[in-house]
Design a protein around this ligand. Structure first.
Ligand code: GLA
Length: 384
């Protein structure tokens, strides 16, 4: 059953009537450019098949009532005038944060009943939280019928604000914009300083493979904010507003702490790699793109120090199995999560079989694998 069908059925079971509509927001996988969004850099994520569906119905009052179908039908209920955070933080904080931040950005809101169902594996680094925020925003906007729907950037900025203020994660804008502005079956190049997006079509004879390491990650754990603080320290030491303005020469020459230097080296080099990845895609040069993936992974492992041994092993297994025609790297915030590989579509079954044979998650299970394919004209043909 799709999340949309589950959301609609769960809505009817919980609220005793059919919803007015169902919205969907995908997850995202980042192809390249990691931890560079909050440094004003370039990133190349793409929306994926899994995501979050919300069945919604407008209410006559200013209350939001919600049921989370993936959390044992746990419920939430709050007034739009008082979307206080929850402690300890959980899924309800994203709904409340989204409502609060949409209101703060001047987006029209009315009360709504919501049933939420998602298909993004938790802790996978595939942006389940941004997907939930954008889906919530779309549902609340749809309920406020007659109002012009908010544009993708507005919704994204509200989602980012909700992460900062409610989840306490000082994330960049990549996830929200990839989800709100990306097109299925294509990557999207985001300039995180200019806040512009450009859809990048990939050759349809290539495929993206996403393999879960089985090491669950959580952004709400301090590591993420610590890396962001390192980057801010590096920018301050280099005398630039953000690391987008730094060059490799500046980083190598500056008399700065070695750890801070390494963090900056990762950011500056991964921004350059994102730009080169777009050139490799335009040239249909899978080998060049694979080399950029390998360099990016090594940089995250050695300089940014956000990989874990299981993820390193999985990335190496994928890279070795794929060979020269493609590559693999960890995707997302780090400290677990998924590895993304780019490869020729013809190689998918061979690579999948090898990974299933040789990789086990820390609990001893076979890893979950998703394939995202590119049809001609950038339309997707996704399979789980
Ligand atoms: C998380 C954040 C993003 C981005 C990535 C790392 O997904 O939400 O803003 O920083 O990590 O690239």
């Amino acid at each position: 059953m799709t999340p949309q069908d589950r959301a609609a059925a769960g809505f009817a079971a919980h609220f005793g009537a059919a919803p007015d509509g169902v919205v969907f927001a995908p997850g995202r996988v980042n192809l390249i450019g990691e931890h560079v969004d909050y440094n004003g850099g370039l990133v190349l994520p793409m929306p994926i098949a899994v995501g979050t569906a919300i069945a919604w119905r407008a209410r006559a009052d200013s209350r939001v009532a919600a049921v989370a179908l993936d959390y044992g039908n746990a419920t939430d209920d709050f007034l739009l005038a008082d979307p206080a955070n929850v402690d300890p933080f959980d899924w309800r904080g994203y709904l409340r944060g989204m409502a609060a931040c949409m209101a703060e950005r001047g987006l029209p809101l009315v009360g709504a009943d919501l049933a939420v169902a998602g298909s993004i594996p938790r802790g996978s680094g595939l942006s389940s939280s941004a997907s939930l925020c954008i889906a919530t925003g779309r549902a609340l906007a749809a309920a406020a019928a007659g109002q012009p729907p908010p544009d993708a950037l507005e919704l994204s900025l509200a989602g980012q604000m909700a992460e900062h203020r409610y989840a306490g994660v000082k994330c960049g804008i990549m996830d929200q914009l990839a989800i709100a502005a990306g097109e299925p079956g294509s990557a999207v190049l985001i300039d995180c300083r200019a806040l512009t997006t450009e859809v990048i079509q990939l050759p349809h004879e290539w495929a993206v493979m996403i393999v879960q390491s089985g090491v669950e990650r959580g952004l709400v754990d301090g590591h993420y904010n610590a890396r962001r603080a390192d980057c801010e320290a590096a920018a301050a030491a280099l005398g630039v507003e953000s690391l987008r303005d730094a060059t490799r020469e500046m980083v190598d020459a500056a008399p700065i702490d070695l750890v801070i230097r390494a963090r900056a080296r990762h950011v500056v080099s991964d921004i350059a790699r994102a730009a080169r990845a777009v050139e490799a895609i335009a040239a249909h040069d899978l080998a060049a793109l694979g080399r950029l993936f390998a360099q990016s992974h090594a940089s995250m492992r050695d300089d940014f120090e956000i990989t874990v041994p299981a993820v390193d092993r999985l990335a190496a297994l994928l890279a070795d199995t794929i060979g020269e025609q493609g590559g693999a790297r960890m995707t997302g915030g780090g400290f677990g999560g998924a590895v993304v590989a780019i490869l020729h579509a013809d190689a998918v079954e061979r690579v999948r079989a090898t990974v299933l044979e040789h990789y086990r998650t820390p609990s001893g299970a076979a890893p979950d694998i998703m394939i995202e394919r590119f049809a001609p004209f950038g339309r997707p043909k996704n399979e789980a």
